[in-house]
Design a protein around this ligand. Structure first.
Ligand SMILES: Cc1cc2nc3c(=O)[nH]c(=O)nc-3n(C[C@H](O)[C@H](O)[C@H](O)COP(=O)(O)OP(=O)(O)OC[C@H]3O[C@@H](n4cnc5c(N)ncnc54)[C@H](O)[C@@H]3O)c2cc1C
Length: 499
């Protein structure tokens, strides 16, 4: 009998396991894949010597997450690389607005609106710790809200109650600056005109301006290796290639799990698993309230993701010089262009002008490619269900055409490309249902007390001893480990209460 089993070795699973092990529990992490790490892995996908990130690539939460800070991953070999600029937002008309950690440099790189963003970013920086306590803690953190203060809450409400377009049009005069926050929000499924949509883009822009979009030296697997080093140090272990098929439940309590290799008993089970899979497939239906079953059947997934990785003969020949210095480049002309893109994806159509998030890891970390060569990482959001076997090559061509518009000569530098359509992403990690990288929609109706479903929003489930610790729980997507951390704390609290 183990004290705790964690299902899944994504960052949330590994963080949960490590904090449980540090509290003195015996812990085993069971991972379905042959390789640990979930969406935080890297590999040579195209050619030897070119290291590509399979999922997450940029880590604004590296310093910001209390869960990761508490593990001091740098002390077990993790090294961060940072760029000159964090995020560039170019358009075909030659304009570009870029975010930088040097808030005074915004004067020259934020398309004439540097002073306005500096004011907002300076405020976010001055309240960073209290703000993150408020946003990353289990909902609803009354103590953290009190410490944040009424003035700051009102200021945050101005962001939280606005759409991305509304907030940007009030704050910024130039079209280039106005596309920055809505562009960042489209890392999720939140469009420029969605209610309460400004918060997602604001948070990412604030984190870019405070801590930056860092990348781990050598590839994102370095983060997973560091997390496993901390887990092993605390006495925990990871077993790969062992998928959990069901949770053992007796009289409303979890007693362990069943895998292809047999039963494993445990007093605590933390699931780094997609919420609909946990409640509709792993737990017997008879053990759950019908309201939970109903809400999981209606669960709203985010957009699918279409990802391309390239091996390049040289750096991308961007027309705008800022792009050649930026960790991440976003391709989207303006808010109307982004809105049109969102409308097409929601209608189930392939976007004809795909919005792009482009990662230039090898600019920050030369170990990612042979000398003089580069990698490029890119995704667009797409409908999950399309005839992908027919459309994947032509959609990747459309993505290359969009990059070519902003960087003439790009195609001539391509040595090889690797495509991951939504079904390919799901095949590498079953939590990425339909290619959704966000653990479900990030729309306001599925946030806070509604994530993944009311009233089970504080990591506990209707089954005693079973906790949800994946990005399907608050605060959602991102390699911050906070969902696993909060789930582990809930499990430890319950254990103390039972004594
Ligand atoms: C293409 C892409 C780009 C991204 N970009 C970024 C980025 O730049 N920055 C950022 O911060 N975040 C990014 N993200 C999001 C981030 O990677 C995720 O939010 C994060 O990895 C979620 O962590 P997790 O532990 O909840 O789940 P995951 O990382 O998805 O891991 C879940 C693990 O559980 C395992 N599992 C599931 N079910 C079972 C079972 N029944 N039995 C055993 N094992 C099981 C899976 O195999 C998987 O290994 C990106 C994600 C993707 C896909």
């Amino acid at each position: 009998m183990t004290d705790a089993i964690v299902i899944g070795s994504g960052p949330n699973g590994l963080v949960a396991a490590t904090y449980l092990a540090r509290a003195g529990l015996s812990v085993t992490v069971l991972e379905a894949n042959r390789e640990p790490g979930g969406a935080v892995r890297s590999r040579e996908l195209t050619r030897p010597g070119f290291v590509h990130d399979l999922g997450a690539a940029f880590f604004p939460f590296a310093n910001a997450s209390p869960a990761l800070r508490g593990l001091d991953l740098e002390a077990v070999g993790l090294e961060w690389c940072r760029g000159d600029l964090e995020s560039a937002h170019p358009a075909l008309d030659g304009t570009c607005a870029s975010l930088t950690r040097d808030l005074y440099a915004l004067e020259t790189c934020f398309a004439g609106d540097g002073a306005a963003w500096r004011k907002a970013a300076t405020w976010a920086s001055s309240v960073k710790t209290k703000l993150l306590d408020l946003l990353l803690a289990p909902p609803v953190p009354m103590g953290a809200a009190w410490r944040f203060g009424v003035g700051n809450l009102l200021r945050l409400a101005e962001v939280g109650l606005s759409s991305g377009r509304g907030y940007s049009e009030r704050r910024f005069a130039s079209e280039a600056a106005r596309r920055v926050l809505p562009g960042l929000a489209l890392h999720t499924d939140v469009g420029p005109d969605d209610d309460c949509g400004a918060a997602v883009g604001f948070m990412l822009a604030a984190l870019a301006s405070i801590d930056g979009f860092a990348v781990p030296r050598g590839g994102t697997s370095a983060i997973t290796r560091a997390l496993i080093a901390r887990l092993n140090e605390a006495g925990g272990e990871v077993v790969t290639g062992e998928r959990v098929e069901s949770i053992i439940v007796r009289r409303g309590r979890a007693h362990g799990v069943r895998t292809g290799r047999g039963e494993r008993e445990a007093r605590i089970v933390v699931a780094d698993v997609a919420a609909p899979r946990l409640f509709l497939e792993l737990v017997p239906e008879s053990e759950l309230p019908s309201s939970v079953i109903g809400s999981m059947r209606r669960f709203r997934h985010g957009f699918g993701t279409f990802k391309v990785d390239w091996a390049l003969d040289g750096a991308v020949p961007w027309s705008h010089p800022d792009c050649a210095r930026a960790a991440v480049v976003h391709a989207g002309e303006n808010n109307d262009d982004l809105t049109r893109f969102v409308r097409q994806v929601r209608a189930g159509d392939l976007p004809d002008r795909p919005y792009l998030v482009l990662g230039q890891q090898s600019l920050l970390d030369p170990t990612r490619a042979p000398e003089g060569k580069h990698t490029l990482w890119c995704y667009s959001r797409v409908p999950s269900h399309r005839p992908w076997s027919k459309e994947r090559e032509s959609f990747a061509d459309a993505i290359e055409a969009r990059i070519e518009g902003l960087a003439p000569g790009f195609r001539g530098r391509i040595l090889a490309r690797h495509i991951s359509a939504p079904p390919d992403l799901e095949a590498t990690n079953e939590n990425l249902i339909g290619g959704d990288l966000g653990g479900g929609s990030a729309q306001i109706e599925q946030q806070l007390i509604f994530r993944p479903t009311f009233p089970y929003f504080r990591y506990r489930t209707p089954i005693e001893g079973l906790y949800l610790g994946s990005s399907y729980a608050h605060p959602g997507a991102g390699a911050h480990g906070m969902c696993g951390y909060n789930a582990a704390l809930a499990a430890l609290d319950d254990r103390v209460m039972r004594r």
